[in-house]
Design a protein around this ligand. Structure first.
Ligand SMILES: Cc1cc2nc3c(=O)[nH]c(=O)nc-3n(C[C@H](O)[C@H](O)[C@H](O)COP(=O)(O)O)c2cc1C
Length: 262
């Protein structure tokens, strides 16, 4: 089987999932690339076929796949389409996120043929309390590219991908999602120019510009895209988890991979 197009399907507020997915896609050597970025509210759905390969990359939130990602993935459909499932996590743990990503892909008509967990700078990382700062770094991206090559090898060496079963780390039933506590980043008035960039990158449309940026606590998913990507560093998010993560998860973790049972 010749695969014509590699599709990146991602939800990636702070872009770590996207960057890893892009490197994996490039590594497959499949010439034609199509991106389906589900990060923004107006993201479009798509239907993929048997000659497509999907790289599905999503962030871990509280040991599960981000709920917004799960919701937006429902607009994507495969038809026996092979998929690599990839989760990003902020150097703490991905717990049941990868198994949930695998099962979700399967329920949408994909055949998971490889899995991986990569480390991305934690959404709550800050310059004074860095957590996996700068990840994925050059080494991670090289590894991601190699993983892409490995996926291409698996597909070449498999007659019928229908028979593939992919074991990954994680438990089912998945751990419970924590109860939602309404909160959102604050704006440093003196730094905010009211440019509105944060509102354009907010995945849930939680930000409005009055004279400065203001978030709606009930709509915000605390992804910290606005904090990380504000050109004037005008956004901050207070969470007690930051110090806990900083204190306890400094030791560098490395990407993990899962391949089909022979
Ligand atoms: C609400 C929330 C919950 C998170 N939970 C976890 C977690 O359970 N374990 C972990 O290691 N990182 C966790 N993270 C960090 C993200 O998984 C990590 O920063 C990821 O790289 C973000 O992906 P993105 O850049 O594609 O948005 C969490 C981040 C947020 C915003």
């Amino acid at each position: 089987m010749t695969y014509k197009t590699v599709h990146i399907i991602c939800f990636s507020p702070t872009r770590t999932s996207y960057r890893v997915a892009k490197e994996i896609a490039d590594g497959t050597g499949i010439e034609h690339l199509q991106e389906h970025d589900l990060t923004l509210e107006d993201s479009k759905g798509c239907r993929l076929g048997k000659e497509d390969l999907a790289i599905i990359a999503v962030p871990t939130y509280a040991g599960r796949v981000s709920l917004t990602a799960i919701e937006r993935l429902q607009a994507i459909q495969g038809e026996g389409t092979p998929a690599a499932v990839v989760v990003l996590y902020g150097n703490r743990d991905y717990e049941d996120a990868l198994i949930e990503a695998r099962d979700t892909a399967h329920s949408l008509g994909f055949i998971p043929v490889a899995g991986a967990a990569f480390i991305g700078e934690h959404s709550y990382s800050s310059p004074d309390m860095p957590i996996a700062q700068g990840r994925p770094d050059t080494k991670d991206l090289e590894i991601a590219r190699d993983f892409g090559k490995q996926i291409a090898r698996i597909l070449q060496g498999t007659e019928d991908i229908q028979d593939i079963s992919l074991p990954v780390k994680g438990n089912s039933p998945y751990k419970e999602r924590p109860q939602r506590t309404p909160a959102s980043p604050d704006t440093i008035r003196e730094r905010c120019t009211g440019c509105g960039y944060c509102a354009t990158i907010c995945p849930t449309g939680a930000i409005t510009i009055k004279d400065i940026a203001e978030s709606d606590d009930n709509t915000c998913i605390k992804c910290c895209a606005c904090v990380k990507r504000c050109p004037n560093q005008a956004r901050t998010f207070f969470t007690p988890f930051r110090e806990y993560l900083y204190q306890n998860f400094q030791a560098r973790k490395e990407p993990e991979f899962f391949y089909p049972n022979k």
